[in-house]
Design a protein around this ligand. Structure first.
Ligand SMILES: NC(=O)c1ccc[n+]([C@@H]2O[C@H](COP(=O)([O-])OP(=O)(O)OC[C@H]3O[C@@H](n4cnc5c(N)ncnc54)[C@H](O)[C@@H]3O)[C@@H](O)[C@H]2O)c1
Length: 366
């Protein structure tokens, strides 16, 4: 039997414990150390898992026998810490966003090539069955010509959330507001499903919270395949409503609400012509999605354990699937589904939105 891969995580705040749980849920992974500059946070998580706690990352990297380091610190520190870990010979799994500036991202990719380490960036919703299923259908061209792709993130975060960490809602360390921190998941899914974005026109504003960065944003997109799209996001929508990803083509349409496929209709499944005016009926989904009928039946209107309202409500399961994908990549010398090059795209779109909102001009992505 192959040895378990040995993991450490850096940053024991909100998301660190999700990584710990996800790592230890996998048969061929084990958590061996944790680090945080706040000693009590590192110690608490270390005690829970019976592993070593560190406040000095270099000491942990030097002392522990590690294969993979998970980077769970504030977003604007991802590059520095990931590069430290790669230079120490470790593979890295980095929380989203990969980093907040493209220059730093390009330096991370350079260090990755130089050290020949694997890098994965968390975008756990790509591993939800609904996203996987719609992506597979898109690969089969099942939606025909794509015309429209929308991402809607009407979430709620209180002022207390922003005040819970000095880095939250700052340009220097969060790198942005609702787009860079919350909506990045949906932006990554939208561009993964619809294909690359070519140009952007956007408005952003800060309407509800006392923060530097935006808490509402609307962007109009043109994809390289010619389709149009929108990104609409806020953390000011009380009490926080389901995320929607909508994919529309001339041979089919799909809607993912949170991580459930709530609508899917494909021309190839129609028993008869739908006529000149279309239909709102679903024709497939349950048979293909790998889920039973219940999750396909629609939104969960009274859901209270959703990340639309509470970031700590996150289940570790999608993180576990993504960590398993990284383990596969390491063992087979392959590429993780969301490597650094894939993760760069969502940050590039978000920075393009900020530029368009600032300059009141269309931004063309290179
Ligand atoms: N994938 C998701 O759904 C998801 C959810 C939440 C957060 N995140 C991402 O995870 C990252 C962390 O977010 P969070 O909400 O857990 O933040 P947090 O503030 O709750 O936790 C960050 C931790 O990092 C520690 N830290 C800061 N600088 C450090 C350093 N130099 N060395 C070691 N430890 C250091 C802090 O003391 C803190 O405990 C962010 O990039 C965020 O975008 C992802």
């Amino acid at each position: 039997m192959t040895d378990k891969l040995r993991f450490a995580l850096i940053g024991c705040g909100v998301i660190g414990p999700t990584h710990a749980e996800a790592i230890n849920s996998l048969p061929d992974a084990e958590l061996v150390a944790v680090a945080d500059i706040v000693p009590a946070r590192a110690q608490k998580l270390a005690d829970e898992y019976g592993v070593n706690a560190y406040t000095d990352i270099q000491e942990m990297l030097a002392r522990e026998r590690l294969d993979v380091v998970n980077v769970c610190v504030p977003s604007g520190l991802h590059g520095e810490i990931a590069c430290q870990a790669m230079r120490a010979g470790k593979h890295v799994i980095i929380e989203k966003p990969m980093e907040i500036r493209l220059e730093t991202i390009d330096e991370m990719l350079r260090v990755q090539r130089e050290t020949n380490r694997k890098m994965a960036v968390i975008s756990q919703h790509r591993f939800d069955p609904a996203s996987m299923h719609v992506h597979q259908l898109l690969e089969e061209q099942a939606f025909g010509r794509l015309v429209l792709g929308n991402a809607l993130v009407p979430w709620w975060r209180s002022q207390a959330y922003y005040d819970s960490g000095a880095w939250r809602g700052t340009w220097a360390l969060d790198g942005g507001g609702v787009l860079m921190n919350q909506a990045i998941h949906s932006i990554d899914l939208l561009q993964w499903l619809m294909g690359p974005v070519k140009s952007i026109y956007a408005y952003t504003d800060t309407l509800v919270h006392s923060v530097e960065t935006e808490d509402v944003a609307v962007a109009v997109l043109r994809f390289t395949n010619g389709a149009l799209g929108t990104i609409v996001a806020t953390t000011g929508a009380y009490p926080g409503v389901s995320t929607r990803i909508e994919i529309f083509g001339d041979k089919g349409s799909a809607i993912i609400e949170d991580d459930h496929l709530s609508y899917l209709h494909l021309a190839r499944e129609d028993q008869e012509e739908i006529g000149a005016y279309g239909t709102t009926g679903k024709n497939v989904g349950a048979r293909h999605s790998g889920e039973d009928e219940a999750p396909l039946a629609g939104t969960q209107a009274n859901e209270t354990d959703s990340t639309a309202q509470n970031p700590a409500a996150l289940s570790f399961r999608s993180h576990a699937l993504q960590i398993a994908d990284m383990i596969r990549a390491i063992r087979e010398d392959g590429t993780p589904l969301v490597d650094g090059y894939a993760a760069r795209r969502s940050v590039e779109i978000i920075l393009g939105i900020y530029e368009s909102a600032r300059t009141h001009k269309e931004v063309i992505l290179t």
